[in-house]
Design a protein around this ligand. Structure first.
Ligand code: UDP
Length: 238
């Protein structure tokens, strides 16, 4: 198999981890993801995972009624930590060497995110699960995913979604919606109808020419396809 990328960052949302439940974590989904990611690691592709926290808290939604936005975002970041801890254990139970590094102080439960430490783990073939997003409020884990992919010199950001890419119309509403296999950053940032990823995240990717792949991670083999640069989902590039 021709491997295109050496190191990729996979963005998983909290909603994906909730699986069949309305919130929290579906261990079956997490276990299934562990086996899918193992296939990527076995190809000697280094994997960084940015995990969301929307299955617990989204800061922008719960701010108000006395909860400050900054506090709401801190709560959201703690949600990502819960997900990251669960994933770390489940991945290890599935024989995937994994380390959890946190961007918020959580020394009792996770290693701190330190650039050199993250690189060391990745070079040893360990999957690195990032908790706490960027560690700063007012952004989401989509934006944190691009920031960390840049910081860790990843070759691509693989953004896992429910649908298998970006369509010209909402495929849930229009039976004739067509999938777009390639999109420029400008189109992705400028088109109001494209809501699959935060505009801030896409704009940052554009500024630094970080390739983005939007794809359905819940189809068997898709994460490996995306990580090996095969055509899957929608590719957003210059
Ligand atoms: N968050 C934050 N800074 C970050 C990343 C996340 O403040 O760098 C907070 C923010 O409130 C966000 C929540 O954590 O809504 C959960 O992340 P996100 O909404 O991105 O999760 P997802 O939708 O991917 O599950």
């Amino acid at each position: 198999m021709k491997v295109k990328y050496k190191r990729v960052l996979l963005k998983l949302s909290g909603e994906q981890l909730a699986g069949k439940f309305d919130g929290g974590i579906d261990p079956e989904v997490a276990g299934w993801l562990a086996d899918e990611i193992k296939k990527v690691a076995q190809e000697n592709i280094q994997v960084v995972i940015m995990v969301g926290g929307g299955n617990f808290v989204r800061g922008a939604r719960i701010a108000g009624h006395g909860i400050q936005r900054v506090t709401a975002d801190h709560m959201g970041m703690l949600g990502t930590l819960i997900n990251a801890l669960a994933l770390t254990d489940i991945f290890e139970a599935h024989k995937v060497k994994t380390r959890c590094l946190s961007n918020i102080f959580a020394n009792q439960v996770a290693e701190p995110f330190v650039h050199r430490l993250a690189n060391k783990h990745l070079e040893k073939g360990r999957v690195v699960i990032l908790a706490g997003g960027s560690g700063r409020p007012y952004v989401t884990t989509d934006t944190a995913a691009v920031v960390l992919a840049l910081e860790l010199d990843c070759d691509s950001v693989l953004k896992a979604t429910k649908v298998d890419g970006i369509y010209d119309k909402d495929p849930a509403k229009h039976t004739n919606a067509k999938k777009i296999s390639k999109l420029s950053y400008r189109q992705a940032v400028g088109d109001e109808a494209i809501k699959v990823m935060d505009k801030a995240a896409m704009a940052l990717a554009m500024e630094h020419a970080m390739p983005l792949i939007v794809f359905d991670a819940m189809t068997a083999g898709n994460i490996l396809l995306a990580a090996t640069g095969k055509v899957v989902g929608t590719s957003i590039q210059a």
